[in-house]
Design a protein around this ligand. Structure first.
Ligand code: COA
Length: 201
């Protein structure tokens, strides 16, 4: 059974919806797809349907959302914030577009921007960070387009196929974030209200 989706945050190409537990088979399939997990650095983890069900259950109560293609209302991946710390205003960012038909079509950049807009302009966080394997050029470019800056790396921290790879560290501060979805929606609501006030006068 496919999940039912809700338009929590809407962009031009995709929208973010609460995670649906009915989609567990899609998520499990992606987390067993070698080319997806290699980029995520998760190939060494064994994800069964049962494990993924438990994980989704937990994630559905956190700041993690399904990414839905706006034209077809099809699930294409997920994005979220992990280790959210409201005392210090920081969190770790993650994204996985599991449906490879949607790679390189700007969905990742837009979904990241929506998630970051929510993080900075709704949750009022100040600092978002992430780590990405150095060979994941698509993710590096996508994160740069969303506004992240590289701040360093862990040298040779991962070994795959007899080769060592760096883990690139990136960060984005709220003052440097350029997202416009929430400000635009807020302005629309404010203008609606102004129109109503005008009618009342
Ligand atoms: C990483 C991911 C979120 C990016 O989303 P996406 O929708 O594919 O990315 P976008 O189209 O928004 O941006 C990708 C950019 O990288 C570029 N790119 C792709 N492959 C590249 C390569 N090998 N070298 C350099 N640039 C590359 C694209 O051309 C595009 O740039 P452009 O818009 O200037 O042309 C998505 O591909 C994904 O989830 N992959 C699998 C899991 C994963 O890697 N998650 C991140 C783990 S840290």
């Amino acid at each position: 059974m496919e999940g039912k989706y809700f338009k929590k945050l809407v962009g031009q190409k995709c929208y973010l919806s609460p995670i649906s537990l009915d989609d567990v088979e899609y998520y499990t399939e992606w987390l067993n797809d070698f080319s997806v997990t290699l980029n995520l650095g998760l190939t060494g983890t064994n994800i069964t349907l049962e494990k993924e069900k438990e994980l989704l259950n937990k994630l559905s109560n956190q700041y993690v959302f399904a990414i839905i293609d706006k034209d077809t209302n099809k699930l294409i991946g997920s994005t979220g914030l992990h280790h959210v710390d409201f005392i210090n205003g920081c969190a770790e960012f993650g994204i996985n577009i599991g449906d490879k038909n949607f790679w390189n079509r700007n969905y990742g950049t837009e979904a990241s921007t929506l998630m970051l807009d929510y993080a900075f302009n709704i949750l009022n966080l100040n600092h978002i960070h992430l780590s990405v394997l150095s060979f994941n050029k698509r993710a590096l470019k996508c994160y740069e387009k969303a506004g992240f800056k590289t701040i360093g790396k862990f040298t040779g921290i991962r070994q795959i196929g007899g080769e060592r790879f760096d883990m690139v560290l990136m960060e984005l501060l709220s003052k440097n974030f350029k997202g416009e979805f929430i400000k635009k929606a807020l302005n629309e609501v404010k203008q609606e209200k102004a129109g109503m006030d005008l009618k009342l006068v």
